[in-house]
Write a protein that binds this ligand. Sequence first.
Ligand code: DX5
Ligand code: ZN
Length: 218
Amino acid sequence: MNRSILAPSLLAGDHAHLASSAREVEDLKLEWLHVDIMDGHFVPNLTFGPETLAALRRRGIGLFFDTHLMLSEPHQYVEPFAKAGANLISIHIEPKYDHATTLARIRSLGCQAGIVLNPDTPASAIEPLLSQVDLVLVMTVQPGFGGQPFRVDMLSKLKEVSRWRSERKLNFRLEVDGGIDLSNASECRAAGADTFVAGTSFFKAADKRAYTDAFERL
Ligand code: DX5
Ligand code: ZN
């Protein structure tokens, strides 16, 4: 079983001081930062662009940028995000474009490649791509906004993807994103998840050290 990784989501950080929010994550000796990229089309919200990642790198942020593209045309943007400092780029299965070619392109740019499922998309939609990814992200809310309640009905989807992973002897990471807190993270862990995005519950935690330590024990 892969070790647990906590990936705080910059979306819940201070948008006037993004480098400070990223620094808080780094100071806790965490390795990953989840960066949500929204285009106002695929999801009804707007966030950051490649320049945000590049600017964080210029400020010396060395975290692993887990870059979640919520875009109608993600294939048009993988190169700018790779050049800006993304380490992993995840693309949604729902829009129509060449998913396999885009995943291969992400890897050829030197990044890890992830595929993402919205809550209403069945796991079967990504089954043919499983051997080509470093991470599968199962959304546990409808993407677009932080602070929404975790969807417990996603646990069965996690179990399904986790079962395929072991049956086929694959070793992609299995990530959850949306409404994650300490209690539902342990249920997700039991269902096979190993990578936990946390926006609100991380940035609002009164004692981030205690919160992070608890996650590491999952
Ligand atoms: C939602 C984003 C999430 C968001 C999670 O569309 O993909 O990464 O930041 O935020 P919380 O943890 O507050 O649900
Ligand atoms: Zn996300």
